[in-house]
Design a protein around this ligand. Structure first.
Ligand SMILES: Cc1cc2nc3c(=O)[nH]c(=O)nc-3n(C[C@H](O)[C@H](O)[C@H](O)COP(=O)(O)O)c2cc1C
Length: 361
């Protein structure tokens, strides 16, 4: 029988349990994306808290494109030495650490007047009002290279792997989404074409880091918007990425921060659930895709997670807000206090001085 405290491996990355800290933008890096004491201390605390793997907050791969303030950067080699200190610290505390890498795109309100923001097509973001500049083939090639170089830096800095962020309506999700991607060239149209940039990024990363370095992917179950990326298309992307050699896929949903407004709603033939928002979607992906699947969103109760492990083929469970509320949650559960996470999913995690749970301010 599987156990949440099983020791497992993802492409050679040894994990002491099946709990993962989901990527969490902390808003604590300096203006250029470099580490601060405040940010380092977040990783110190959570890596001492028992979690098997930490996925970092999203790190930007090109200097001129940062969707939010206080994000970590990975756009030049100057980051390698300082991140080596971070990864050494996390390893000494007994966890593994993977860096999430991203190009944001139009889902931003940060310094939008100062920069050109690229997108698959010249589409205005309906939430932020930001207009994308349609990417040329050269822009796409440059971005593919930027992802590859970022991953290579991660490897040099001692990260145990990288995660490509293709969810939450950031650029790669926009390529996958027929709403944002209106292209008629080889990067638009069919889902294979819309996923082409992702395939190219994966190839470029593999060329630079090798087959035996963990490369993970975060996808959305769908856009949860009429005209957006459907779950069937997400499933196709997961299958294709599995064939190409991705090492694990984290299944999220673009409504992650407002999921309570969708509880009980049917989308794409499955239902958004309280307690584990996207469990129906991840269950289906895990049944059909032959790589380890990570579920994220709304996991708060040990028993719920335990049942999911036993009843589905989902192998890993990733939490963001519960570990902001209680960085020591996994130790607590392991030591026998299995009461529910203290996180109330209030969504008040954000402050200008850093993203800190209201329970810890
Ligand atoms: C403060 C905060 C920052 C986040 N930053 C990221 C991020 O950098 N990358 C990402 O993929 N998701 C990010 N998310 C989404 C989480 O990884 C996760 O998918 C979502 O919060 C649902 O999980 P939860 O219910 O365990 O919080 C963030 C969420 C919060 C609340």
């Amino acid at each position: 029988m599987k156990d949440l405290f099983d020791e497992t491996q993802i492409n050679g990355m040894e994990l002491k349990n099946r709990f993962i800290k989901a990527a969490t933008w902390e808003n604590m890096a300096d203006e250029k994306g470099h580490l601060t004491e405040q940010l380092t201390s977040v990783y110190d605390e959570v890596s001492k808290g028992g979690v098997g793997l930490i996925i970092t907050g999203y790190a930007f791969v090109t200097e001129d494109e940062q969707p939010n303030p206080g994000m970590m950067g990975i756009y030049e080699d100057s980051f390698i030495d300082e991140y080596r200190e971070l990864t050494d610290m996390v390893h000494n505390n007994g966890s593994k650490i993977v860096m999430q890498i991203v190009y944001g795109g139009t889902k931003t309100t940060f310094k939008t007047e100062d920069r050109v923001i690229l997108g698959p097509s010249a589409v205005k973001n309906s939430k932020t009002g930001v207009m994308a500049k349609k990417m040329t083939k050269e822009d796409i090639n440059d971005l593919v290279k930027a992802y590859g170089k970022a991953a290579e830096r991660c490897k040099k800095a001692g990260f145990d792997g990288v995660q490509i962020h293709a969810a939450h309506t950031y650029l790669l999700n926009q390529f996958l989404s027929p709403y944002h991607n209106r292209r008629t060239d080889e990067y638009g149209g069919t889902i294979e074409n819309r996923a082409r940039i992702l395939f190219e990024i994966h190839n470029e990363i593999r060329d630079r880091v090798g087959e035996d370095y963990p490369v993970l992917l975060k996808v959305t179950a769908g856009d949860f918007e009429e005209g957006g990326q459907s779950f069937a298309e997400s499933l196709d992307v997961c299958k294709a990425m599995a064939k190409k050699g991705i090492d694990a896929i984290e299944v999220s949903g673009n409504i992650h921060s407002t999921a309570q407004e969708y509880f009980g709603e049917d989308w794409y033939g499955y239902t958004v659930k309280e307690g584990a928002f996207f469990k129906d979607y991840a269950t289906k992906v895990a049944a059909e895709v032959n790589v380890p699947i990570i579920l994220v969103g709304g996991l708060r109760e040990f028993e719920v997670i335990e049942n999911l492990l036993q009843e589905t083929e989902i192998e890993y469970f990733s939490m963001c807000r519960p570990l902001m509320a209680e960085p020591n949650l996994i130790n607590r559960w392991q030591e026998g206090d299995r009461s529910k996470s203290k996180c109330k999913s209030c969504g008040e995690c954000y402050t200008e001085e850093g993203n800190i749970c209201i329970l810890n301010r």
